[in-house]
Design a protein around this ligand. Structure first.
Ligand code: UTP
Length: 232
């Protein structure tokens, strides 16, 4: 009997899920893709809060909420997005998304796909995905973002930015630490806790444009893809 496939964890940015452009068609195609990949590998998807989370966080900050209260607002938005994607997957995913990593670990393998949002204040859904990947001994983690991988500088600000197709995890870790300071709603392609966990568990990370579904599929299936492969 062949050995059971190890799980794959996908961190799907909220700003990938909802862009305001062709979201209906994208969500329909993404759902089909997740169904198909989930047939081959146990698949866990952690969904982010994107622009909606940042809008609530900006409003709450203007009204004087503290960082932890702002994080809770963000978490609720990620859970709303998880509920949307879980509903689209019908019977392939638990209809009530797990609220903790431990709960999710209990569901992965029992369903083709498990979808969840954030868990507690102080990190992002990338960290939740990395914690889950560690607990599941995942084969790989995929980070679906709005850029086609990791660049040597911010590609939205610098048109001459170059994509880095292959990165060592220690180099990526340094980039994440330099690019983040832990505030709610921060915009950086990854999260400090997440990179520490991937390094500790020696799990490879594929960073790919989540709106490019052929590339996302290749990254999830462990095939070569256009993006960045971060190797432990
Ligand atoms: P996201 O994970 O969506 O962060 O969480 P992001 O970096 O904005 O990612 P994209 O844009 O979706 O790709 C949104 C906010 O929710 C809080 C944090 O404040 C985070 O910035 N959050 C999320 C938590 O505090 N804990 C969690 O487990 C998840």
């Amino acid at each position: 009997m062949p050995a059971p496939r190890r799980p794959v964890v996908l961190s799907l940015g909220g700003s990938v899920l909802l862009t305001g452009e062709h979201d209906e068609a994208y969500l329909a195609d993404l759902t089909t893709l997740l169904h198909e990949v989930g047939e081959k590998h146990p698949l866990a998807v952690v969904v982010g809060g994107g622009r909606t989370a940042r809008e609530y966080i900006a409003l709450g900050r203007a009204l004087g909420l503290n960082e932890s209260e702002l994080d809770e607002l963000g978490i609720d938005v990620t859970r709303l997005h998880a509920r949307l994607l879980a509903s689209l997957l019908h019977t392939a995913a638990p209809p009530r998304p797990p609220l903790t990593v431990a709960e999710a670990v209990g569901e992965v393998g029992r369903w083709p796909v498990v979808v969840m949002g954030g868990t507690e204040p102080g990190h992002t859904t990338d960290a939740v995905a990395a914690l889950l990947a560690e607990r599941l001994r995942a084969e790989r983690m995929v980070n679906a973002t709005r850029t086609a991988g990791v660049y040597d500088r911010d590609p939205r600000k610098f048109p001459e930015a170059k994509r880095l197709p292959l990165l060592e995890l220690s180099v990526f870790r340094k980039m994440v630490i330099e690019g983040t300071d832990g505030h709610a709603g921060q915009e950086f392609p990854f999260d400090r806790l997440g990179v520490e966990r991937l390094a500790r568990a020696r799990i490879p990370l594929a960073v790919v444009d989540g709106r490019d579904l052929p590339q996302l599929r290749a990254a999830l299936e462990g095939k070569s893809f256009e993006g960045t492969l971060v190797q432990p």
